[in-house]
Ligand binder design. Structure first.
Ligand code: NAI
Length: 416
């Protein structure tokens, strides 16, 4: 029988407390759990999960298990796994393959262990499991009913697969649901990114210049919270419409080459590669802090930084100093991996209640309709988005108005 691979099972008590804490702040998932326990929608099925393995994810895995599934989980980033949470989750009956600071080989091996469990359904973050099935584990293509994808970068990869006609099962774009990107990407990444930067550096943000590269859903949140902390904020974009939005939101907009000498903090959130590179490092001031909140650790060019540096050393946990030939020091946080997860606990529980409430209900949707859906990237049905929103408002004790019959008719008609 398969058994979990975690760093240290004796850490479970601490992990249990963390899961208990977040579960008290996730009323949507609690309600979904009660429903799953009654109806067992995943009975007899295996669900393979690849997500940042911290307490909120552990709670989601337990909720899916409560719905009758066997669940196998791997972390979606070597630095975001919390070993105590992994131990507690394994102890609760979920198969866990992950530990903090896994080598690339170990990380790859863990994804394979999840696929060894022969999943019928997948929850993915960044499309790592789905791409692995399509490359190294094609024997699973006939088995998997469908998947749910958590983040923007994963959706980009899946749409590329769809465009090439190679996507072998339907994938629900959970990221694109309103209750995901409007709150998780914006308010979750906004708050948690600065939480990670402040924990890692213990430096003040007020009065400094923060350069936010990318003004998509995440970038809007990172810039907004930087302003709230008292920073002067510069936004760098390549999209002219988002650039206007940043201007109208009251930020300075300029090319990164112009912003490079001015920034104290640089945060990348583009989903792109080599966004901050040699030409920018060469212009930065001594002591600049470099952080990434995009999915992969390719946004800040580590090869360029390594190449320019005459020495490197870790000066605080999660802070690496790169000393350049002229004596300037640039500080890279969390090895350029998502700073909110690698240097903090990720998004707040209340935010992940929305994202993971969607994940759980979207998974059920794929489970029940997967065989009838086309092998494409599909939207989360509007009813699921609305159900999650209503459950969340109820959890917060907020009620809202509803349309009268006459108003509904008015909105449906074209004659005034
Ligand atoms: P988005 O597509 O809404 O925004 C990305 C923005 O970056 C776009 O406006 C694009 O024009 C801009 N951009 C691309 N290349 C650029 C360049 N070279 N210079 C300047 N701007 C550039 O995407 P979203 O939702 O904001 O996600 C961004 C990244 O963050 C993705 O990798 C996503 O997976 C990740 N993400 C991270 C989270 C976290 O917990 N840290 C949470 C959610 C998403």
């Amino acid at each position: 029988m398969a058994s979990s691979m975690v760093r240290n099972p004796s850490l479970a008590p601490g992990g249990r407390l963390k899961i208990e804490w977040v579960s008290q702040h996730m009323p949507v998932l609690a309600e979904v759990r009660r429903q799953f326990e009654r109806e067992l929608p995943f009975s007899g099925l295996t669900v393979g999960v690849c997500l940042h393995l911290e307490a909120k994810t552990a709670y989601l895995a337990q909720v899916i298990r409560a719905g009758g599934a066997r669940v196998a989980v791997a972390g979606s980033n070597p630095l975001s796994t919390q070993d105590d949470v992994a131990a507690a989750l394994a102890e609760s009956g979920v198969l866990v393959y992950s530990w903090h600071d896994a080598t690339p080989e170990e990380y790859h091996g863990f994804l394979h262990r999840v696929l060894d469990s022969e999943p019928d359904l997948i929850i993915d973050d960044g499309a790592d499991l789905v791409t692995l099935i399509h490359t190294e584990r094609q024997e699973l293509l006939g088995r998997v009913r469908g998947a749910c994808e958590e983040t923007t970068t994963g959706i980009h990869r899946l749409r590329a697969m769809e465009a090439q006609g190679v996507l072998g099962f339907p994938v629900v774009a959970v990221n694109d649901a309103y209750c995901k990107h409007l709150f998780d990407n914006r308010y979750g990444t906004g708050q948690a990114t600065w939480d990670g930067i402040m924990r890692a550096t213990n430096l003040v943000v007020a009065g400094k210049t923060a350069v936010v590269v990318g003004y998509g859903w995440c970038g809007k949140g990172v810039a907004m919270r930087a302003r709230g902390l008292g920073a002067r904020v510069i936004v760098c974009e390549v999209d002219p419409v988002y650039a206007i939005e940043a201007i109208m939101d009251g930020f300075q907009v300029m090319p990164l080459r112009e912003a490079a000498p001015m920034g104290d903090f640089f945060v990348t959130v583009t989903g792109n590669r080599d966004v901050i590179r040699r030409e920018h490092f060469q212009l930065m001031k001594d002591g600049a802090i470099l952080a990434n909140a995009g999915h992969f650790d390719v946004e800040i060019s580590k090869p360029d930084l390594t190449d320019l540096a005459v020495s490197r050393r870790v000066v605080r946990p999660g802070v690496e100093e790169y000393r350049l030939a002229d004596g300037r020091r640039l500080h890279l946080l969390a090895e350029g991996r998502l700073v909110n997860l690698a240097a903090a606990d990720g998004h707040p529980a209340e935010i992940m209640d929305l994202s993971f409430g969607l994940q759980a209900l979207a998974l059920r949707y794929v489970c029940e309709h997967g065989r009838d859906l086309e092998n494409r990237v599909i939207r989360v049905p509007r009813e699921i988005d609305e159900r999650v929103a209503r459950l969340w408002l109820r959890g917060w004790g907020v009620s809202i108005d509803s349309l009268t019959v006459e108003q509904e008719e008015y909105l449906r008609s074209w004659r005034l």
